[in-house]
Structures are given as structure tokens and as C-alpha cells.
Design a protein around this ligand. Structure first.
Ligand SMILES: [Zn+2]
Ligand SMILES: [Zn+2]
Ligand SMILES: [Zn+2]
Length: 256
């Protein structure tokens, strides 16, 4: 199974529009971050977690040509608004299933109303089928075992996903006690951490490191980073078993 980081930036992306800070003007490609999303290429299927704002650019760059399912963490714009760009990957016969919490799918239906009430032929809309799931109730996509779990994003309950020994958590500020058993024995954890300073709805880097200390994955990659974080600088500060992710990072793991 291959994990491809399509995007690793916070909701503004980096560079931020109109910002002249050292990270936004940096020449290091690692400091150019599109909105957070990953692509999982398993033997049995191809899955993305979230359809970030730059989905089209991300999919073209990564060579994504086939999609069996979309897993959504939550309905914030940066994680959802690339949804229309899955159109070329849709087939008329079978809709692409979109998995998310009840709240996420309700919000999606409101925001992408036109997808579900097409008004005339031509133009085209994504062919999707919405599948409600909830934290702690596993399911399968073409035989691939998926474990969704609940984490807190400020006051909002959102979903993280575990596939085999890999787990993806973004936009999290608190992990409920009942979720920790679902994170045991991880080889790779992807964990959202916004910046060094605290934030009300996202883990800071020091808070993320406390989670790593408890969960003890073999390796952790930080994502959803903002322009206060310089890639090379933070790499030097983090322990060996934690690294900043970057757009285009590829990890190979055994299939679940
Ligand atoms: Zn976000
Ligand atoms: Zn900046
Ligand atoms: Zn969010």
C-alpha cells in the first residue's frame, strides 16, 4: 500500500495570499503546501481522504487516474471544496462512494446542492453516492478494512481513519479516551499540527508531540502546517521518530 501526501498545508495554503513572510517567500519547495489530503493506493483499491481545495492540481501532479472511494474527515472548506474536480474520475455506471459522518454529508449536500439536483443535461456533475459512517464502526471498501474514529476539532466531532497499521488524523485538538485503543500498534501516524503556538481548534506542535508520546507509532508525520513553520527548521527540532510531511511525500507500507 502506498500513501501519497497530496497536500499538507493549513486552510490558507502556503504561500498565503498577500503574505511576504520568510516561509511564504521561501525558495524551498517543501514550504509550498496545498490544502491537506492524502491518496491511498492499496492493492485492492484507490482511496483519497478529503477532497482539498486544490484537488485537481494535486491529482494531476500525483498521477491519480482511478478512484474507488472518498473518505471525509469533516466538512470545512479546505477539506471538501475540491469535490467537483473528481468529475473526470466518475463513471456513469457506478457512483464513487463518499464516506463521512451524518453532519459532514448533510453539509456536503447543502454546499454541493447542484450535484444532487442537476438542472439540465450537459456540463456534468460528479456521480457520487453518500455513505454515512460513524466513529468506532469499521467497514470495508473493496475488501480494504477501514476503521473510522472520532476526534475533537474544537467543539466539533470529526473523523480520523485507520487502515491497517496506518492512521490519518487532521484538524484535531483533542483525542477522546475511547479513541486511543483504536490507535494501538501503528507503524505510521499522520497527525495535524498547526504551529508551535496554541490554537483553539488544532493541536500545536508541542501538543501533537504529547499525543505521539502516548500512541507511540513507529513514525509520525505532521500535516496541516501553517506558514509559521519552516520545513527545514522544524525538521531539526523534532525527535527522530517525528517529521514534517510535505506535498508529494510518498510512503510504502504493507497492505492491510
Ligand atoms: Zn483544515
Ligand atoms: Zn506567510
Ligand atoms: Zn477544519
Amino acid at each position: 500500500m502506498r500513501v501519497i501526501f497530496l497536500g499538507t498545508g493549513t486552510s490558507h495554503g502556503i504561500p498565503v495570499v498577500g503574505c511576504d513572510c520568510p516561509v511564504c517567500t521561501s525558495t524551498d519547495e517543501h514550504n509550498r503546501r496545498t490544502r491537506a489530503s492524502i491518496w491511498i493506493q492499496a492493492k485492492l483499491g484507490s482511496i483519497v481522504i478529503d477532497t482539498a481545495t486544490e484537488f485537481r492540481l494535486q491529482a494531476v501532479r500525483a498521477g491519480l487516474k482511478h478512484l474507488d472511494a472518498i473518505l471525509l474527515t469533516h466538512p470545512h472548506a479546505d477539506h471538501l471544496h475540491g469535490l467537483d474536480d473528481v468529475r473526470p474520475l466518475c463513471k456513469e455506471e457506478n457512483p464513487i462512494p463518499v464516506f463521512g459522518s451524518e453532519l459532514t454529508l448533510e453539509e456536503l449536500s447543502r454546499r454541493f446542492d447542484y450535484i444532487f439536483h442537476p438542472r439540465q443535461k450537459g456540463g456534468g456533475v460528479p456521480n457520487l453516492s453518500l455513505k454515512t459512517i460513524s466513529g468506532g464502526t469499521p467497514f470495508r471498501i473493496h475488501g480494504i478494512p477501514i476503521v473510522p474514529f472520532t476526534v475533537k476539532h474544537g467543539k466539533l466531532d470529526i473523523l480520523g481513519y485507520r487502515i491497517g497499521t496506518f492512521a490519518y488524523i487532521t484538524d484535531c485538538s483533542f483525542i477522546p479516551e475511547q479513541t486511543f485503543p483504536l490507535l494501538e500498534g501503528l507503524k505510521i501516524l499522520v497527525l495535524g499540527a498547526l504551529r508551535k503556538r496554541p490554537h483553539p481548534t488544532h493541536f500545536s506542535i508541542p501538543e501533537a508531540l504529547k499525543v505521539v508520546e502516548r500512541v507511540k507509532p513507529q513514525m509520525t508525520y505532521l500535516t496541516h502546517l501553517c506558514h509559521e513553520v519552516d520545513h527545514e527548521a522544524i525538521k531539526k527540532e523534532l525527535p527522530e521518530w517525528v517529521a514534517p510531511s510535505f506535498d508529494g511525500l510518498v510512503l510504502d507500507l504493507e497492505d492491510p
